[in-house]
Write a protein that binds this ligand. Structure first.
Ligand code: PLP
Ligand code: COI
Length: 368
């Protein structure tokens, strides 16, 4: 047990871990979220006993009663956070307390128990310690952690969770988009909204992503890799993409991003980029942005860059926005200068290549 953790982790080592040859073959070309490490974390919770039975155990299928709440009512929340290998071999993560706090807010919204933030961070440490060889070292690669929690009582009554399970799995990963950091085309969903006022848009819950898949399918059919959603009431203000926040850069250097409306996810990448931009003396504005403003600004040259940001996507330049009857930009629009320089600064901090002025990096495993 780690002295910092009140959880007594039982560690059960896998008897069937991948060989180093198998692992190295995966790490050489990991893709995104396709392969998983040898172990996982599981922690149980119930109303009477609180959090208990913390385990690091072999990665493997969950056995669930067919009546388990999550299977019927979608009571699930998750996070996305990465582990980065630095040049000396040490493994670090980025602002885990922010993800832990968001995980609590998501859990609260879905009537699930709140995992203490210190335990969220401890679970990352526990898993990384045992699966440290799974953290890739090539450029643009990381160990993508997927913490998640489900309502695990076998009962069909619709109610707040009386029983829940927290899990953490990890996947060695390369860039989220198959073309790497190349500019992407995105599709404007005019028929569907991602979230509504008072709904779960600000929570990171599986249901939001399920709701985005039909429009996402439409996007793919249009040759686009992500969907942009507008606000659900006026269908006029930019909200966010299916799995990323969005930022626009004005010719005068101002960085503008949709304000946190209550229906978009409070991205940690978004927040970090806004901070790095402010540090450079760039004017940062969080406000409502209409689709018309983007269309007109792009046409007049007032808006010079657009990018998507999130843990998986890091910062991805947006080449064009396509809608049913219009488009902004073109598929071959090159990546913007500020976009790429903020991307470089952020990833240089994450990979330990430059100092970390805000104390964002947290060590998980020291250099051997
Ligand atoms: N918005 C949505 C819908 C997301 O899924 C994500 C990814 O996690 C983000 C925004 C960006 O959040 P973060 O930067 O914390 O990863
Ligand atoms: C992340 O960026 O971590 C997410 O959860 C988004 C998802 C599209 C992979």
């Amino acid at each position: 047990m780690n002295a910092a953790s009140p959880f007594h982790y039982q560690v059960i080592r896998s008897q069937t871990i991948k060989t180093s040859t198998e692992r190295e073959a995966i790490l050489a070309s990991p893709g995104f979220g396709k392969y998983f490490t040898d172990h996982m974390v599981a922690v149980e919770w119930d109303k009477d006993h609180g959090w208990h039975d913390a385990q690091v155990r072999p990665y493997g299928p969950l056995q669930l009663d067919p009546a388990t709440s999550v299977l019927h009512y979608g009571q699930e929340v998750f996070e996305g956070i990465k582990g980065y290998r630095h040049a000396d071999g040490s493994i670090w993560t980025f602002r885990p307390e922010a993800n832990g706090a968001r995980f609590q807010r998501s859990a609260h919204r879905l009537a699930l128990p709140e995992l203490p933030v210190s335990e969220f961070v401890e679970s990352l440490r526990q898993l990384t310690a045992i699966d440290v060889d799974w953290v890739p070292s090539a450029d643009e690669t990381s160990l993508y952690f997927r913490p998640f929690m489900i309502a695990s009582a076998a009962v069909l009554g619709v109610r707040s969770a009386h029983k829940a399970s927290y899990y953490l799995i990890a996947s060695p990963s390369g860039p989220y988009f198959s073309k790497g950091v190349a500019p992407v085309s995105i599709w404007l969903s005019t028929e569907y909204s991602r979230a509504g006022r008072g709904g779960t848009g600000a929570a990171k819950c599986g249901g939001n992503y399920a709701a985005s898949l039909l429009p996402q399918q439409e996007a793919h059919a249009q040759g686009c890799s992500q969907v942009l959603f507008l606000d659900d009431i006026e269908q006029k203000y930019l909200e966010e993409l299916g799995g990323m926040n969005i930022c626009l850069v004005y010719k005068n250097g101002t960085l503008v991003t949709p304000e946190l409306s209550g229906s978009i996810l409070e991205g940690i990448t978004r927040d970090s980029i806004l901070q790095l931009a402010r540090d450079r003396g760039i004017q940062v504005v969080e406000r409502r942005i209409t689709l018309d403003e983007w269309r007109e600004g792009a046409a007049s040259g007032e808006i010079s860059e657009a990018f998507a940001c999130g843990t998986a996507a890091v910062i991805t330049p947006i080449a064009e926005l396509k809608g049913p009857e219009f488009s902004i930009g073109a598929p071959d629009t090159p990546a913007g200068e500020l976009t790429m320089s903020l991307r470089k600064e952020l990833t240089d901090i994450q990979y330990g290549r430059i100092p970390d002025p805000h104390g964002w990096m947290v060590p998980l495993v020291p250099a051997r």
